[in-house]
Design a protein. Structure first.
Length: 701
């Protein structure tokens, strides 16, 4: 280790580390962002954060402190991989993270009973705790009042009332942290005497045999004696067979003594919570009628729920085809001008061609779609921040509960509308490993934003002069095809390779919230940065490579298709034509299919280069080039049937290298990404084949 690095590490260690712990959707990431000025993702549904994230805050006394944002959890008796992170951090089991000096428990004041349950578990660990009583604005709407000072007095921990989304209470929290927080006083909740004894006995053993400190040993003993799945954790943390046998013996003794070991601890903690809350909670005389329930009656209704969902989607696509059209026009005009300018200043030759036909056509052709992608993200952001997404997941779950897919899977799947990568990461909130794997495997079938350019292009070729409504309708049917595909495949997997029972859906529906403009625009801004970064890196590099492959080797005197056919890429396309001809595609489309193995948008780039060849890289001119494309025998290439076949192919095909990498990382095996690639490409092929051949058989063109 170099000297500077070790000095840096020492400094790092001298900072106090504060961990933010709390139930899902209680506002941890909002507090984290306010403390650190970072931009961790925030959303109004449980399970947004699935990984720990380190940031740094400056306290009022000028000192820095490390802040850890953590996934949400209801309890420290862990069920899913994201909750495991919380437990490991609090117990100091994480190699790369020091055990926190202070825990800030973010308590959702509108759900205070349930949130204090976790506080009592964290308190057991003996780490100093500050209670951040967040969402104070919601309690008023609920018709209750909470007295933070009384709560502080009975809890004997600092309590800071907060409205984190408005940054209220953040400075007070910092002041308390700067002043230093005392370790937590002794617990006041008590289990039945027999259980207390058994816990003490096992904790004693953990202290001596496992070398745990007094607090950790107590907390572990409680969790292990009262959690049915404890055996698995015991083994995981190296507790020997002796320990496991001790737990089992203790449980038998408890059962004989008439103590229900599963529920005794839960009851003991809730008894304490109810005692604590006496005098702290008061009902307001005139509670406002709860709007949430009224909204939910419609939005989660068996029929109306779907009507609203479909309407929201149609509205979204309608906007994508209407308001986004203007900025798209400007961007494409800009690239046209740039290209014309380059043509006039640069001498004719390969460099000029690379710049105009390769880079501008390739990258420009994709960047044009930025306004549509932003419109999509505007809607996704609204769905996530208002709490609507949880309702959409709810109605989908009800319809599909027979599929056998875990209800919790629908949140990750809906995240897939943005991108398969966060969607696959979000699967960490699913407890059951089999269900988690099934969801990871089907996630990329959800139509993501990278497909949008391809779809928009093909729809424009398919029905050039129709109303945006019809285009929106086609878009909607493609999205629904993706959803149905994902659900169908989940069913297949659950009944073949991943047989197993499905636990019932227990997702909590968050209250509706007004989205803040700031959050929405930040989300869109981040997304456009990501999109432009992708265009400037992956798509740029591939455009250059593909341009070169489509230009060399040169055939002297040849141009257009003849030259392209002679190039490396052209030869590859010709080679694969027999395979894709049954789908209605020629070798030039073949080049696009190969190119888009890296990322779907590259289809548009390669088509811009292949059918070049107007220099503008503009969707409109590409679609006119498409309508002029012919087979050698003079037949039209892009018939309506070919367009539909391509659309279907792109719904199902696995064309995203990054997704495969994430699947590999999340499953720790190359088998699963390989399987994902093969099965999705297989379905894409068969579906496109069926559409094309079936359509021809029925007499379509
Ligand atoms: N009304 C209100 N909303 C808040 C407050 N704090 C956060 N929110 C909103 O609550 C939602 C959840 O916030 P997050 O910060 O994502 O919650 P989290 O605890 O990190 O959630 P997970 O990562 O899913 O566990 C977001 O929509 C926030 O804008 C608050 O004090 N009042
Ligand atoms: Mg979070």
């Amino acid at each position: 280790m170099s000297l500077t690095r070790s000095v840096l590490l020492e400094q790092e260690e001298r900072f106090m580390t504060v961990a933010l712990v709390g139930n899902p959707n209680s506002g941890k990431s909002t507090v984290f962002n306010a403390l650190t000025r970072l931009r961790q993702k925030v959303g109004n549904y449980p399970g947004v954060t699935v990984e720990k994230k380190l940031g740094r805050a400056i306290l009022p006394d000028g000192k820095a402190m490390n802040v850890l944002d953590l996934p949400g959890t209801y309890s420290l008796a862990v069920q899913s991989p994201d909750e495991q992170v919380v437990r490991d951090v609090l117990l100091g089991h994480m190699n790369d993270t020091t055990r926190p000096d202070v825990v800030v428990c973010i308590v959702d004041a509108s759900n205070i009973e349930r949130n204090l349950y976790l506080v009592s578990q964290v308190q057991d660990l003996g780490i100093p705790v500050v209670v951040a009583l967040n969402m104070m604005d919601e309690t008023v709407k609920q018709g209750r009042a909470i007295d933070p000072q009384k709560l502080q007095a009975v809890l004997r921990m600092p309590v800071v009332p907060m409205v984190a989304s408005k940054e209220q209470g953040i400075e007070e929290l910092k002041t308390i942290l700067a002043r230093g927080v005392e370790p937590v006083p002794l617990r006041e909740w008590r289990m039945p005497a027999v259980m207390e004894e058994e816990v003490a006995l096992f904790a004693q053993w953990l202290c001596t045999d496992r070398k745990m400190d007094r607090f950790t040993a107590f907390s572990e003993a409680v969790i292990h004696l009262s959690t049915p799945i404890a055996k698995h954790h015991l083994l995981e943390h190296g507790v020997s067979d002796i320990g496991t046998a001790m737990v089992q013996d203790a449980r038998q003794r408890l059962t004989r003594a008439g103590v229900k070991w599963r529920s005794a601890v839960i009851e003991a903690r809730y008894d304490w919570i109810h005692r604590i809350l006496e005098g702290v909670l008061t009902d307001l005389p005139d509670p406002k009628i709860r709007k949430t329930e009224r909204f939910d009656a419609v939005l989660t209704h068996r029929v109306w729920g779907w009507v609203v969902f479909v309407s929201v989607m149609v509205l979204m696509f309608y906007m994508i085809f209407t308001i986004a059209a203007y900025p798209m026009e400007w961007i494409s005009k800009g690239f046209e001008l740039l290209s014309a300018e380059l043509k006039s200043v640069l001498p004719a030759g390969d460099i000029r061609d690379l710049l105009t036909d390769g880079i501008i056509a390739g990258v420009g052709g994709v960047v044009v779609f930025l306004p549509q992608i932003l419109t999509l993200f505007f809607f996704i952001s609204l769905m996530q921040d208002t709490g609507y997404m949880a309702r959409a997941a709810f109605i989908m779950d009800r319809l599909m509960s027979r599929v056998g897919l875990h209800g919790k899977a629908f949140i990750p799947l809906l995240c897939g509308f943005a991108c398969a990568i966060p969607s696959i990461m979000a699967c960490r909130s699913i407890e059951n490993p089999k269900d988690r794997l099934v969801t990871i495997l089907v996630s990329p079938l959800m139509v993501c934003s990278a497909r949008l350019p391809v779809f928009a292009l093909m729809i424009a070729v398919l029905i050039p002069n129709t109303s945006p409504f019809e285009k929106a309708g086609i878009m909607l049917s493609l999205y629904l095809t993706g959803i149905l595909g994902a659900i169908l495949m989940a069913w297949v997997f659950k009944h073949t390779i991943f047989k197993g029972p499905t636990p019932p859906f227990i997702m909590e529906l968050p209250p509706y919230r007004f989205p803040t403009l700031k959050a929405t625009f930040l989300h869109m801004w981040e997304r456009s940065q990501l999109f432009l970064k992708k265009a400037g890196t992956v798509i740029l590099i591939f455009s250059v490579i593909l341009w070169a492959l489509m230009t060399y080797p040169k055939l002297p005197g040849a141009s257009g298709d003849v030259a392209l056919r002679h190039s490396f890429a052209g030869r590859a396309g010709v080679l694969m034509e027999p395979v894709i001809r049954p789908l209605g595609y020629d070798w030039r489309i073949g080049i696009g299919l190969i190119g888009s193995l890296a990322a779907r948008e590259i289809f548009v780039s390669t088509m811009n280069i292949a059918f070049n060849i107007d220099d503008s890289g503009d969707a409109a001119s590409l679609h006119s080039a498409f309508s002029e494309a012919r087979w050698p025998d003079g037949r039209v290439l892009f018939t309506p049937l070919v367009c539909v076949s391509l659309l279907i192919f792109y719904v199902f095909a696995m064309q995203c290298f990054s997704t495969l990498v994430v699947t590999w990382r999340e499953t720790n095996s190359w088998l699963w990404p390989a399987f994902q690639f093969v099965y999705m490409t297989g379905i894409a092929y068969v579906a496109a084949l069926t559409v094309y051949q079936g359509g021809r058989w029925l007499g379509f063109q």
